[in-house]
Design a protein around this ligand. Structure first.
Ligand code: MN
Length: 244
């Protein structure tokens, strides 16, 4: 089972959540929203080799935390995974747009200079500017667009740019999310929970809720669940071997 985008440090009891992920043998990409959160979040998962901690600076707080860019730069050489990063074009964040753009473009520049990273990227109401930024920095690494919610046209541009995608039960609950997933290359898709932000059955998603996406993918792809699981694990292996 794969949860390629979870905020483990933001659960009410992160240690118990981590223990449950370990017990269930889940591969988790544990994302952070600030560079200063990285050390504490990584410490949650010592002795959990299937859980990796990504270095992030979330677009929704870019204006408050842009002062942590030097710490981002300092930690980056030791990182393999970066996120959550990106842009958010929602009305409540629009007035901080210049800060968001400055932070995201600096992060991509640093990743490119470091030789490229595996990046999990937020693009809510900002698919086109995110793709513009990625296109401007092709050396930044491999972009995984998490919970992609752009248009079909933006999706095909993302596919042409080589982007990957992570999708979860919250995204797949809607017709729009399912029709986007239909057009994603099967060999560039991973599952995610985006817990505890994303909701499942009216409560915060757990990392293991990412598994619910597998059955929806099986329907969309007209494939047995076992084959979908194999495809997703193949994808994860290929992704983690890249940029080695
Ligand atoms: Mn997230």
């Amino acid at each position: 089972m794969i949860d390629f985008h979870a905020h483990l440090d933001l659960y009410p009891d992160p240690n118990t959540t981590v223990r449950e992920c370990v017990a269930r043998n889940i591969y988790v990409l544990s994302v952070t929203t600030t560079p200063s959160a990285w050390a504490g979040t990584a410490a949650l998962t010592t002795g959990a080799p299937r859980i990796r901690t990504a270095l992030g600076l979330h677009p929704q707080i870019a204006h408050e935390r842009k002062g942590e860019l030097p710490l981002f730069e300092q930690l980056l050489p030791r990182m393999r995974y970066v996120g959550e990063i990106g842009l958010d074009g929602g009305p409540e964040y629009r007035r901080h747009w210049p800060d968001q753009e400055q932070v995201f473009s600096r992060v991509l520049e640093l990743c490119a200079r470091a030789g490229g990273r595996i990046m999990t990227i937020h693009s809510r109401r900002a698919a086109t500017p995110v793709l513009d930024a990625l296109q401007a920095r092709p050396g930044a690494g491999i972009a995984i667009l998490h919970w992609f919610s752009g248009t079909q046209k933006e999706l095909s541009r993302a596919v042409d740019l080589g982007c990957w995608f992570s999708t979860g039960p919250a995204m797949l609950a809607g017709e729009k999310g399912r029709s986007l997933v239909m057009k994603m290359p099967r060999d560039r898709v991973l599952t995610e929970s985006d817990g505890p932000f994303a909701q499942v059955d009216g409560r915060a998603a757990w990392p293991w809720d990412a598994d619910r996406a597998v059955e929806t993918l099986a329907q969309i792809w007209s494939q047995p669940v076992n084959e979908v699981r194999r495809q997703l694990l193949d994808n994860l292996r290929r992704l983690t071997k890249s940029l080695a």
